[in-house]
Design a protein around this ligand. Structure first.
Ligand SMILES: [Zn+2]
Length: 323
C-alpha cells in the first residue's frame, strides 16, 4: 500500500468540528464547550453495519447525533452532495474500502481511489466486473399479482409479469389519450409515483404527450359526459341481460339463446333451422373487452397472523385450572 506521506483531511460539511481523510479516517477537532471547558480532538471510532458498511456517529449541524455510512460522508466532503438519481459506488464492491482520490474516475483509480458517484448502470457494471462475468440470474419464482388471469411468474414478490406490465402500459396510454390525469392513472394501477406508469404509457401505450401535460390534464367536459353515459349504459346492459347461468336454469341449452332469452323455437325443436339459426349466429355487439389487469388495491386481503391466531398465555406450573 502506498500511503501518502501526510494524510489529507477536510472538514465534514454537515458535521462542524469533524474532519475526514482521503483514507477513510475520521477525527474531531479541539474545541471549547459552551461551559468553557476545552476538549481535545481525537480519532473517531467507526463501527460496521450488518451489511458490512462502515458507520460513523457524529453531531451534525443541527445538534443531532447521527449515524451515517462513512463512504457517503466522504463523497459529500470531498466531492459534492449526491446528485439526484445517482448512487454512491464502491468501485471494487468492498464496502470496507473507503478510499477517495481526486481527479476523474480513471485518475482516481490510478491512485487507489474507490469511491465514486454513478448511476444504476455503472453500479451494475461494477458488480459484473467484480463478479468476473455476468451475474447469476434467479428464475422467476413468484406469482404475478394478476396470476389468476395471466398465469405469469415474476422474480420479485407482489409484482406484475412482463405481459401484464405491457398491458398496463397500453391501458395507461389509452387513459392518458382519453384525457385522464396522470395521478389518477397511477392510482388506478396502484402506483404511488407517476414516473413508472408514465414510462410504460409512452413505451407500450404510444402516449406522445409530455409528462407535465399529463400531470395537469383533466378530462374535458364532453369526455366526462361520454364516460358517464358509457358507464351507465354498460351497467344497464348488465342488468337487463341475465347471465348464462340463468338461461340454463330456465332450460335453454348452451348456444341456443345467445342473449340469454330462451326462444320459442327451442321448445318447438326448431333449433338450427331457418331463422333460429340466424339467432344463434348473431353475436352481441363487440365492445373492447375491459382490461383484466388486477390493480394492486384489488388484491385479496391476506390476514396477518395476529388476525387469526389468538395468543394464549402459557399456564403457570403448579396452578390447576378448574373447568
Ligand atoms: Zn401477469
Amino acid at each position: 500500500m502506498s500511503e501518502a506521506p501526510e494524510e489529507r483531511w477536510k472538514a465534514i460539511p454537515d458535521g462542524p468540528g469533524y474532519e475526514c481523510s482521503w483514507d477513510g479516517h475520521f477525527r474531531s477537532l479541539d474545541r471549547v464547550t459552551s461551559s468553557g471547558r476545552s476538549v481535545k480532538g481525537q480519532p473517531i471510532a467507526t463501527t460496521t453495519s450488518k451489511d458490512n458498511y462502515v458507520l460513523l456517529k457524529y453531531w451534525n449541524a443541527e445538534g443531532k447525533r447521527v449515524s451515517r455510512q462513512a463512504h457517503r460522508v466522504m463523497l459529500e466532503t470531498f466531492d459534492k452532495p449526491c446528485p439526484p438519481g445517482m448512487q454512491s459506488r464502491h468501485y471494487d464492491d468492498n464496502p470496507q474500502n473507503n478510499r477517495w482520490r481526486p481527479g476523474t474516475e480513471a485518475e482516481s483509480r490510478k491512485q487507489g481511489g474507490n469511491l465514486f458517484y454513478g448511476n444504476g448502470r455503472q453500479q451494475h457494471r461494477d458488480k459484473v466486473r467484480n463478479n468476473g462475468g455476468p451475474l447469476p440470474v434467479s428464475p422467476p419464482a413468484h406469482d404475478c399479482i394478476n396470476h389468476a388471469q395471466c398465469g405469469g411468474k415474476t422474480r420479485n414478490e407482489g409484482k406484475r409479469c412482463v405481459p401484464c406490465v405491457e398491458q398496463v402500459g397500453r391501458d395507461a396510454g389509452a387513459m392518458l389519450r382519453d384525457g385522464e390525469n396522470l395521478m389518477k392513472v397511477a392510482q388506478h394501477f396502484g402506483y404511488k409515483g407517476t414516473d413508472w406508469v408514465f414510462t410504460l404509457a409512452a413505451k407500450h401505450g404510444g402516449y406522445r404527450g409530455s409528462k407535465d401535460e399529463a400531470l395537469i390534464q383533466r378530462r374535458k367536459w364532453s369526455q366526462r359526459v361520454t364516460k358517464a353515459v358509457r358507464g351507465r349504459l354498460r351497467r344497464r346492459d348488465a342488468r337487463s341481460r341475465p347471465g348464462p347461468s340463468l338461461a340454463s336454469a330456465k332450460g335453454g341449452e348452451a348456444g341456443t339463446a345467445p342473449f340469454g332469452r330462451p326462444s320459442h323455437q327451442d321448445s318447438l325443436g326448431h333449433i338450427g333451422h331457418g331463422k333460429s339459426q340466424d339467432v344463434t349466429q348473431r353475436e352481441p355487439p363487440q365492445r373492447p373487452e375491459p382490461s383484466r389487469v388486477v390493480t394492486r388495491s384489488s388484491r385479496p386481503h391476506v390476514p396477518y397472523p395476529s388476525d387469526t391466531v389468538r395468543y394464549r398465555a402459557p399456564r403457570k406450573p403448579g396452578v390447576t385450572r378448574h373447568r
